[in-house]
Design a binder for this molecule. Structure first.
Ligand SMILES: Cc1cc2nc3c(=O)[nH]c(=O)nc-3n(C[C@H](O)[C@H](O)[C@H](O)COP(=O)(O)OP(=O)(O)OC[C@H]3O[C@@H](n4cnc5c(N)ncnc54)[C@H](O)[C@@H]3O)c2cc1C
Length: 461
C-alpha cells in the first residue's frame, strides 16, 4: 500500500506538516538524511553547562503573532523573553564611550530606515541591481552623522549577521520588503531541538513513521503515485512533500523525473542562500570584564586584512571583521552560565570555513583574550563547538537571504519555489518557500501548515 504522503526532511517545515497531516488520519512517512531530527534547529549539549542552539535560537516576533508561540503553548514548552542587559561596542582601544556607541547604534538604525523608505516610498524605486550598501554608505547617509566614518562603516557590517550576505549583495529595492514577525524575541527553554522532537513524537503517536539516515536521491512521477528513491530503498506514495533546503536543491538535488521546469530550475539557481555561523566557548568560570552586566559585545575590526595576504590564519580573520559575541553570563535569560557565543557573518565565515574546528575555536579563545586585553591568563574553554552550515551537505548554507542584486530577482522567487507540481502531487515547503517569513522558523512552520492543508484537501476523495 502506498503511503498517503512521504515527507522529505524532518526540520520545522516537515515535522509540522507530518503533525498536521497525521492528525487528519493520513499515513505518513518522514525520510530524513541526517541521524537526528530538527535540521537547522540543532541544540548542542556536549560538555556545555546548558543546551546551546547552533541553528535557530529565537522565536522572533513572539508577541507579534509568530505561530511558534502557540506551538510552544500546545507542547508545554516554556519560552523566555530576555531581560535587558548592556551592549558594549569595542573599538581599537577597548569599549567605546557610551555616547559614541549610542550614536553608532542610532545612526545605523536611522540609515536602515532611510534605505527602506527610499526603496518603498520613492516614486521611482531603485533598480534591482542597486545594492543596499550604495544607500547606506552614501556620503549623505545618516550613518555618518556626527561620528567617525570608519567606526560607523565598521559598525554597519554588524548588520550583515542577520542579513546573511554582504551589504554589497543585497538588493536595495527589496530590502525591508518582507512583512515578517519582529518586535520581541523569546527563547524556548532547553532549546529548539527538544521542542521540535515533542511535535514529532505527537506525529508518531498519530501513526506517522520516521526514518533517519535515509537520504532521498530521486523522486519519480508515475501515473497514479509518486515513487521516492533513497539511499536504502524505494517507497510509493499518493503525494510527496519536499522540504529539502534551497542550498541542497542548488548543489546536490535528488533527481526529479520528469525534470523540474526550466523556470523552476532558473529560480532555484538565482535565489541566494546566505551564511551565518556560530562559535561557542564555555568556560569553568567567567573571567571577562563586566560579565554580570553585559549581554553582548560588538567588536569592530582591530586589524585590516590586506587582499595580497596569501596566508591568513583564523585569528587574523576574526580580528579583521566585525564580530558580535553574546554572553550567557549576563542575566538576560534565567540560569546564567560562563559561555560566549560568537556570531560570524558571511565574509569571515567563508574564510574560516576551510579551517578545522580546533583551529577556529582556539582562534576564538585567543581573539577574546586579545580584545578584552586581559593580563591574567584565561584558562582554555572547558567545551567548545563551531558550526559550518556552509559546508553542511544537508543545508549548504544558513538560510535564504532577502533578494540579492540582479535583474529578474524578486520576492516572487520564494513564491515560485513553493508552487506544487505534478498536478499537486509534489509539494514544496521550507523557509525558502515563504516570501514574507523566509529565513526563519516562522517561515518553515507556516510553509508546513500551508502544504499540510493543501495536501489534505488534495487527498480527500
Ligand atoms: C545559524 C542559524 C541561526 C538561525 N537563527 C534563527 C533564529 O534565531 N530564529 C529563526 O526564526 N530562525 C533562525 N534560523 C533559521 C531557521 O533555523 C530555519 O529557517 C528553519 O529551521 C528551516 O526549517 P526548514 O524545515 O525549512 O529546513 P531544515 O530545518 O533545514 O529541514 C530540512 C531537512 O531536510 C533534510 N534533508 C536535506 N536533504 C535531504 C535529502 N536529500 N533527503 C532527506 N532529507 C534531506 C535536512 O537534513 C533537514 O533536516 C537560523 C538558521 C541558522 C542556520
Amino acid at each position: 500500500m502506498p503511503y498517503d504522503v512521504v515527507i522529505i526532511g524532518a526540520g520545522w517545515s516537515g515535522v509540522i506538516a507530518a503533525y498536521n497531516l497525521s492528525k487528519k488520519g493520513y499515513s505518513i512517512l518522514v525520510l530524513e538524511a541526517r541521524n537526528r531530527v530538527g535540521g537547522r534547529a540543532m541544540t548542542y549539549v556536549e560538555g556545555m553547562p546548558a543546551p546551546i542552539d547552533l541553528g535557530c535560537s529565537w522565536i522572533h516576533g513572539y508577541k507579534q503573532g509568530n505561530p511558534a508561540k502557540e506551538l510552544a503553548k500546545e507542547f508545554g514548552v516554556t519560552a523566555k523573553l530576555p531581560n535587558k542587559t548592556d551592549n558594549l561596542i569595542y573599538g581599537l582601544d577597548g569599549p567605546l564611550p557610551t555616547e559614541i556607541a549610542s550614536r553608532l547604534q542610532s545612526n545605523l538604525g536611522a540609515a536602515r530606515a532611510a534605505a527602506y523608505d527610499h526603496a518603498q516610498l520613492n516614486p521611482e524605486p531603485p533598480s534591482s541591481s542597486v545594492p543596499l550598501s550604495e544607500h547606506l554608505f552614501s556620503p549623505s547617509s545618516s550613518l555618518f552623522e556626527d561620528c567617525n566614518q570608519s567606526l560607523a562603516a565598521s559598525y554597519a557590517r554588524s548588520f550583515e549577521i542577520p542579513l546573511g550576505a554582504p551589504l554589497e549583495s543585497i538588493s536595495l529595492r527589496w530590502a525591508g520588503w518582507e512583512n515578517n514577525f519582529a518586535g520581541s524575541d523569546a527563547a524556548p527553554e532547553n532549546g529548539f531541538q527538544p521542542f521540535i522532537e515533542k511535535i514529532l513524537d505527537a506525529a508518531t503517536k498519530n501513526g506517522a513513521k520516521l526514518q533517519l539516515d535515509e537520504c532521498v536521491k530521486g523522486i519519480r512521477n508515475m501515473k497514479d503515485e509518486v515513487v521516492i528513491l533513497t539511499s536504502k530503498g524505494e517507497y510509493q506514495a499518493r503525494s510527496v512533500l519536499c522540504t529539502i533546503p534551497l542550498g541542497v536543491l542548488q548543489q546536490d538535488p535528488p533527481i526529479f523525473s520528469p525534470a523540474l521546469s526550466a523556470r523552476r530550475q532558473e529560480t532555484i539557481s538565482r535565489t541566494h542562500v546566505g551564511v551565518l555561523e556560530k562559535i561557542v566557548l564555555s568556560y569553568k568560570e567567567t573571567w571577562w570584564p563586566s560579565a554580570s552586566l553585559v549581554g553582548s559585545f560588538t567588536f569592530l575590526p582591530s586589524k585590516s586584512l590586506s587582499p595580497s595576504e596569501s596566508k591568513i590564519d583564523p585569528l587574523t580573520i576574526l580580528l579583521s571583521h566585525t564580530i558580535i559575541v553574546a554572553s550567557f553570563a549576563a542575566p538576560s535569560l534565567p540560569n546564567p552560565h560562563p559561555t560566549l557565543l560568537f556570531y560570524i557573518s558571511t565574509t569571515p565565515a567563508r574564510l574560516l570555513a576551510k579551517f578545522s574546528d580546533d583551529d577556529v575555536t582556539h582562534a576564538a579563545h585567543e581573539f577574546i583574550i586579545e580584545r578584552f586585553k586581559v593580563t591574567t591568563i584565561a584558562s582554555p574553554p572547558i567545551a567548545s563547538v563551531r558550526t559550518n552550515w556552509l559546508k553542511d551537505p544537508y543545508s549548504w548554507g544558513a538560510t535564504t537571504t532577502s533578494s540579492i542584486i540582479g535583474e529578474g530577482r524578486s520576492p516572487l522567487d520564494f513564491l515560485e519555489l513553493g508552487k506544487p507540481l505534478w498536478g499537486g502531487k509534489l509539494g514544496f515547503a521550507g523557509e525558502h518557500t515563504e516570501p514574507n517569513h523566509r529565513g526563519s522558523v516562522a517561515g518553515a512552520v507556516i510553509s508546513g501548515q500551508r502544504e499540510a492543508d493543501r495536501i489534505g484537501t488534495l487527498l480527500k476523495d
